[in-house]
Design a protein around this ligand. Structure first.
Ligand code: PAF
Length: 278
């Protein structure tokens, strides 16, 4: 497995790649959700193709007072996980290798990013789009895989790829859950053992909500059950259209029940399908 720290050294290797190049962008602290993405990327690239994992804690997607400094960076364990999953190359640049000191160009999506996490994390999706756009230009993948756990991020990156004509297939991969239902996330590491024991109730609340026949009833029941979790603070609980992220008018079209909940130091996001009832 190759390790590249600069765009120039990566590009030299990229020019010798024959088959399909499949990218899994990550911020490291890899867990079994990432491993699922990497293994899927391996199958997608096939024997002739190459899997590239990027590991980069992107400063521009963290707001003031967020966890950029504290974000875990276990590079040794991350490289071992990549090796286990059949990754061919890891691209792990420094901040200075990606961003010029006076960098002044950003990519901003201006519709989907206004909903859900947008108002709570100003500038976050602009940072995500900018770094993923850079990764697409540097890594030159044919396809890129993203987890469905961040449904809004996935929708925004699909829109960016379409609108800017990046020649990249965006592949969404189902959320990986712990046996008790909690969505796998690097930020679960911030939960104390008491909070960790309470956290699966978020998924249980979502599943209960999804049994309701109207979007409003689904969100209301889910909210009520999350409010009963000691110490949980809700940023939002919403039933939205799966593609536009606008409020879901009825269950005649595909929806998504999406939540963001603060528990101790962790901000947990999650979503499940609200399949159309016809
Ligand atoms: O989902 C993430 O881990 C990050 O937002 C991403 C896509 C790697 C961009 O930094």
């Amino acid at each position: 497995m190759k390790l590249f720290k600069s765009p120039a050294s990566y590009r030299k290797w990229r020019s010798s790649c024959g088959g399909k190049v499949v990218l899994v962008p990550t911020m490291g602290a890899l867990h079994h959700g990432h491993e699922m993405l990497l293994r899927k990327a391996r199958r997608c690239a096939g024997k002739q193709g190459s899997v590239v994992a990027s590991i980069f804690v992107n400063p521009t997607q963290f707001g003031a007072g967020e966890d950029f400094e504290a974000y875990p960076r276990p590079m040794g364990a991350d490289l071992a996980a990549c090796r286990r999953c059949g990754v061919d190359a890891v691209f792990a640049p420094s901040v200075g290798a990606l961003y010029a000191r006076d960098a002044s160009v950003r990519i901003r999506e201006s519709a989907l990013g206004e909903h859900l996490c947008g108002p709570f994390r100003p500038g976050h999706f602009e940072g995500v789009c900018t770094v993923v756009g850079m990764l697409f230009l540097i890594v030159q993948p044919h396809a890129a895989l993203f987890g469905e756990k961040d449904w809004q991020q996935l929708a925004i990156l699909r829109r960016m790829t379409r609108d800017l004509h990046f020649p990249v297939d965006i592949i969404g991969v189902s959320t990986v859950r712990e046996p008790d239902g909690l969505a796998a996330s690097s930020r679960n590491a911030y939960l104390t053992s008491g909070e960790r024991a309470l956290a699966p109730r978020i998924h249980a609340a979502m599943k209960a909500g999804a049994t309701k026949k109207s979007p409003d009833a689904a969100a209301t029941l889910c909210r009520r059950l999350i409010e009963e979790i000691p110490g949980a603070t809700i940023d939002y609980v919403k039933a939205v259209d799966a593609a536009s992220l606008e409020p879901l008018a009825s269950r005649r079209s595909e929806g998504r029940l999406v939540v963001a909940v603060r528990l101790g130091k962790a901000r947990l996001i999650d979503n499940i399908p609200l399949p159309a009832i016809r």
